[in-house]
Design a protein around this ligand. Structure first.
Ligand SMILES: [Zn+2]
Length: 646
């Protein structure tokens, strides 16, 4: 059993900010220059129109919006004491500046119709669209607004800056598969885009998706005690998603294209913010698109939703290269999040300080690591110089100095700190039981922790009371105290993701696990996923212990000589295209798309057999046996409470 009872109502109410939290938040007001309103000027510049109310309906779920900013009126005025004032400022910049904006004549942006921006470039005959958002609903609404206000034009090209879903998953709102397959619409993307988009978001997709709900705060309601921002953008849309395979791949810095009369010069920036990414320059507009390499915050060298650690040194080098390649030609810089910066000097100063931000974190982390400090000690002592740290665009709104320093450590040294006491640890549930026992039992711990809470020692309370909750999630007092503790830590966080993580923890400790279904694929995903990637995801779903002792080989015949073989042996699924096993358990004649739909559980073998879309030679039972070996992943597994025994 993984679920647990909700807390009684009187223990589960949102709490006001404590005096300790107010004191922490005051230090931000003291250090930063809130009279500097340049960002507000830039975020409002070139405004053309927006939606009123700012609500975009969901295509298939009439009861909820795909994107909704209509509840953010509370952000007007001074910061509530339940929100870090620096994050409040960033939230105002994100949520209160939505709509269609002109960057320069011919370049327009849809901002805060989603977490990212969609940029439209006016070509000779149509629109070149950069990054069609996360949901088809939001990208379609953005394109519609642009067409209404700027004149109706067809979409002639799409550029995906990188392999993250907030820059491609809304693509079906602006294009059809047929338009891409026929070549009517050019879809440009960086080298390795398809592989990275599918592997980064699919192989570990379920766990990342669950953690992303914490990071982006999808389950929190907008309010001064709840959701205020993702830091990266106003909020993440929750609509219909899709994917198209690009028909023009950029692989080298210096490559150029002329698309619908618009010249574009590309710079490859892989292995930094995303594994596949590029930035580009429009000479006719003297405009540089920095994609997500620079933004108005410190980005994530490690993203708390979970991903491989990124390379801070490469990040620094690539921003430097952008300055070298385009710094003396540009007049404006825009990106896939936040607002543009106008004026060559302003842009170059900004690019240099973003560059130096990553270099500083990289160098100083390794300096301290080489002195023997472990990652938590480094994170605690590393501080930015004022010249970097007091620039609002270098603040912790998305990544934080604290977790990015730990990330640099892990990039170079891995998760182990060299201390053998940490080489062979007990799993959290097991150590928690022993901690609770050694510390005098749950009630004693909670009494002591309440005193620490009263003193504002929230980080320590979180660490200790977590052991009690991991041992006994039905200990209401412990759960309530841990929820209240996360809440104050959330109120203090300058980072949107940190606030969201803390407040989602609070929510689930108070209310129980959210309802959720198993991870579900879509037909659009099935159409797009390359067979090789599908095989990789199937192998990840194979339950190794359940497959112990089983050996089966399926030959697949997709027609037109396209073959593959898929085997389970040694509890491992191996699959190879263009091959057949010499003595198969069964051979399947099936179209590629039907095979994908079947393996992604969007249809089943019985239906396909009845409709004569599948023929099986050999042992038909093997197919059923194989289907029984795959795990289904629970979407809403426990994070702040114990996982089920295994
Ligand atoms: Zn993004």
């Amino acid at each position: 059993m993984t679920d647990y009872s909700p807390l009684p109502r009187e223990l589960a109410e949102p709490k006001p900010a404590t005096e300790a939290t107010k004191r922490v938040n005051q230090t931000f007001l003291d250090r930063l220059d809130f009279s500097d309103r340049q960002s507000f000027e830039d975020a409002g510049r070139g405004f053309i129109a927006t939606l009123d109310p700012m609500t975009i309906p969901h295509d298939r779920a009439p009861d909820r919006a795909a994107f909704d900013l209509s509840q953010f009126g509370f952000l007007e005025g001074d910061a509530a004491d339940t929100v870090n004032p620096s994050l409040w400022r960033q939230s105002q910049l994100n949520a209160m500046h939505h709509g269609l904006y002109e960057v320069v004549d011919g370049i327009y942006q849809i901002r805060s119709f989603d977490i990212a921006n969609m940029t439209l470039i006016r070509g000779d005959t149509g629109w070149i669209i950069i990054d069609p958002l996360t949901s088809s609903e939001t990208s379609r609404a953005g394109l519609k607004l642009a067409n209404e206000k700027l004149g109706e034009r067809p979409v002639v090209a799409i550029i995906h800056t990188h392999s993250h879903a907030d820059h491609f998953a809304g693509v079906m709102g602006v294009v059809t598969h047929e338009q891409v397959e026929s070549g009517e619409v050019t879809v440009i993307a960086p080298e390795h885009y398809v592989n990275e988009a599918l592997s980064e978001n699919v192989l570990a997709g379920n766990v990342m998706g669950r953690r992303a709900t914490y990071m982006y705060g999808n389950l929190l309601s907008p309010s001064p005690t709840g959701f205020v921002s993702t830091g990266l953008g106003a909020a993440l849309s929750m609509g219909s998603t899709g994917f198209v395979v690009p028909n023009d791949i950029i692989s080298e810095t210096g490559e150029k294209r002329v698309v619908d009369g618009v010249e574009i010069e590309f710079q490859m920036t892989p292995g930094t913010e995303a594994p596949a990414e590029m930035v580009f320059y429009f000479p006719q507009f003297k405009a540089l698109c920095m994609s997500e390499i620079t933004s108005h915050h410190l980005h994530n060298v490690y993203t708390p939703r979970g991903a491989q650690v990124r390379d801070a040194l490469a990040w620094n080098a690539q921003i430097n290269e952008s300055i070298d390649l385009f710094g003396d030609r540009l007049e404006v810089e825009f990106a896939s999040h936040h607002w543009p910066i106008w004026g060559r000097e302003n842009v170059v100063r900004y690019l240099k300080k973003q560059r130096d931000l990553y270099k500083y974190i990289h160098d100083q982390t390794l300096r301290l690591a080489n002195k023997g400090y472990v990652k938590e000690e480094i994170a605690e002592q590393i501080k930015l110089p004022d010249s970097l740290g007091c620039e609002f665009y270098n603040r912790d709104y998305y990544g934080t100095l604290h977790h990015n320093a730990r990330a640099v450590y892990v990039k170079y040294l891995g998760f182990f700190d060299g201390n053998p006491a940490h080489l062979y640890p007990l799993p959290p549930g097991e150590s928690a039981k022993r901690y609770v026992d050694y510390m005098g039992g749950a009630d004693t711990i909670v009494e002591k922790a309440k005193a620490a809470f009263a003193e504002g020692d929230y980080r320590w309370v979180a660490e200790v009371v977590n052991h009690v909750v991991m041992t006994d999630p039905e200990h209401f007092e412990a759960r309530a105290l841990l929820a209240d503790t996360f809440e104050q830590l959330g109120y203090q966080s300058e980072s949107g993701p940190w606030r969201n993580f803390f407040l989602c923890g609070t929510l689930e400790l108070r209310d129980g696990l959210p309802k959720g279904s198993s991870f579900g694929a879509t037909e659009s995903m099935a159409r797009s996923i390359p067979l090789e990637n599908l095989f990789l995801t199937l192998a990840v779903r194979l339950n190794g212990p359940a497959a112990d002792g089983i050996e089966l080989h399926l030959n697949l015949d997709f027609g037109d000589g396209h073959t593959a073989t898929m085997s389970v042996e040694n509890s491992v699924l191996q699959a190879f295209e263009g091959r057949h096993h010499p003595s198969p358990t069964a051979t399947l004649k099936i179209s590629l798309i039907d095979y994908k739909l079947m393996m992604m559980r969007l249809t089943d073998a019985m239906t396909l057999l009845e409709e004569k879309r599948l023929e099986i030679e050999g042992d038909a039972a093997a197919l059923a046996q194989l289907a029984g070996l795959f795990d289904n992943f629970e979407r809403r597994f426990p994070i702040v409470t114990p996982r089920p025994a295994w």
